[in-house]
Design a protein around this ligand. Structure first.
Ligand SMILES: *Cc1c(COP(=O)(O)O)cnc(C)c1O
Length: 365
């Protein structure tokens, strides 16, 4: 028998979450962001459920190739553009739309020989200070691009650093509009947090939205809002089973470092899941976990291949009992990935992206 750990992806939940995005951005076209192998879900696994999106956005050229291999003929946007000049050949061949965020990328495009001109997304750095042209350099870049025969159409793009928090989006929006108000071209402004939290301010301003995490059923602003608050459904379960049970006497400890000490006699379960499966090692005593669909708490440290759980709430648990690390249990109980992430000092994004290659995925239902 293979080790009992298993990840499951729910296509119906992906489709539901895409509809949730459309409800918040009814006038915009939707880029389904599928970078990082669809946030760890697998591009091939999410493709059918998300194919009613207007386009797919990602940043790895090989992932773009995989989408074309699925026979996706619609738009694909490279969110970071080309990494070197020869990437432009693949853009021409596969008809990829690409971001332009620096002058070097314009130089490469100017030197590129192509039969069909490219659709490009010129990115402004409105304050995130990762990729993009500063507002005062943006129009010069636009003018340069606009003069190139290699360019078919220029769209305008920016990314919000604080759409999930109290600072909001108004500073970035004002910077963007001050520079672009009289430029032609489609706009793409919003990530998940902006779509959910700032739909009023953004209505009519974004021709394309770029949701990632909402599609995968995690709240971009947890714990202020949960995924359920936003009407999102979990799209991934990480499940395993109990492979051992220990009876502890008061004063006995569990695992490396002996960090957990039993205050009284108790049963603990040993779960076939560890940090080598992508479960965060920063989770420790108190992290929630479901056993037979009943909420329990992890105890001790996460080790490479195992974690340990307090079985006090489930006296009937035995070897082989179902353990839900995050997602949905068979009895319908849900353990939000965001709660587990918070217990490990991280975000749902990181957990889904980190599911290790050794974890098998269930066939789609
Ligand atoms: C990843 C990414 C997104 C999606 O972000 P979410 O927070 O997952 O919605 C949108 N735009 C860009 C440029 C990105 O890199």
């Amino acid at each position: 028998m293979p080790r009992p750990i298993l990840a499951t992806v729910y296509p119906a939940a992906l489709s539901h979450n895409l509809e949730r995005v459309r409800a918040s951005a009814p006038d915009a076209r939707v880029w389904a962001v599928v970078k990082a192998n669809a946030y760890g879900h697998g591009i091939e696994r999410v493709f059918d459920a998300l194919r009613s999106a207007d386009g797919f956005a990602l940043l790895d050229l090989d992932e773009a190739r995989r989408l074309r291999a699925l026979d996706w003929r619609g738009p694909i946007l490279l969110l970071e553009g080309c990494f070197e000049p020869r990437d432009l050949e693949l853009c021409s061949r596969l008809g990829l739309w690409h971001t332009i965020h620096c002058n070097e990328q314009i130089d490469w495009l100017a030197a590129h020989k192509t039969q069909l001109p490219h659709r490009v997304f010129l990115k402004m750095n409105t304050g995130m200070n990762r990729l993009g042209f500063k507002p005062e350099r943006f129009r010069a870049a636009w003018t340069r691009l606009n003069a190139l025969p290699q360019v078919e159409e220029i769209s305008l793009m920016q990314h919000f650093p604080d759409a999930d928090g109290a600072k909001g989006i108004s500073t970035q929006l004002a910077r963007f509009e001050a520079v672009t108000h009289d430029l032609p071209g489609e706009r793409t402004l919003s990530n998940s947090a902006a779509i959910l939290r700032h739909s009023d301010l953004l209505a009519g301003r974004s021709d394309w939205v770029r949701p990632g995490i909402v599609l995968y059923g995690s709240a971009p602003d947890f714990p202020e809002h949960s995924a359920a608050d936003w009407g999102l459904q979990p799209t991934m379960t990480l499940a395993s089973k109990l492979i051992g049970i220990q009876q502890l006497a008061a004063g006995e400890t569990v695992g490396y470092g002996s960090t957990f000490v039993a205050e009284q006699a108790m049963r603990i379960g040993i779960v076939a899941c560890g940090y080598a499966d992508g479960y965060p090692r920063h989770c420790s005593t108190g992290t929630p976990m479901l056993v037979n669909g009943v909420r329990c708490r992890m105890v001790g440290r996460v080790s490479m291949d195992m974690v340990t759980v307090d079985l006090t709430p489930v006296p009937q648990a035995r070897i082989g009992s179902e353990v839900t690390l995050w997602g949905c249990a068979r009895n319908g109980a849900v353990l939000p990935i965001d709660e587990v992430a918070q217990a490990g000092g991280t975000v749902g994004y990181e957990l889904m992206c980190a599911v290790a290659p050794r974890v098998p995925f269930a066939p789609l239902v």
